[in-house]
Ligand binder design. Sequence first.
Ligand SMILES: [Zn+2]
Length: 166
Amino acid sequence: MAGNRSKNHEKHQAKMMELFTDEYFMREALKEANKALEIGEVPVGAVVVCKNRIIARAHNQTEKLTDATAHAEMLATTAAANYLGSKYLSECTLFVTLEPCVMCAGALHWVQLQKLVFGASDLQRGYSLVQTPLLHPRTEVVKGVKAGEAKALIDTFFRNIRDKSS
Ligand SMILES: [Zn+2]
């Protein structure tokens, strides 16, 4: 009987692992990016995950807060640190729809992020354009998760702006 129970437990664990994939959490970050798009902000969204739980979510709010530094990653990491009562996020993963800029990568270094998962690459402002490693040396990086969807949102945003101004 005990054997049976532990087998069930294993099955349950395997199911949970299937559920909590990078794609799963990136979909949540994309929901945030969509919220940004709806209110006229550059559509970038982020969630912070700690032990398979979302502890913070944010989207770009540079217009709303009239703060050019109010990027999704900055808001999400600050909220996560507040939630944990810890300035370090060394057991957390940040999912963000667009490659972080140099400023955000610097912030992710300071919080000692465990893992960064991003969607689309940012060929203009992405941190990986800089030769010097900006992230914390222990931060694991996964890129390109749902990149197509993330980029489509950004393209829509800039197309809307062009349509309005023409
Ligand atoms: Zn940034």
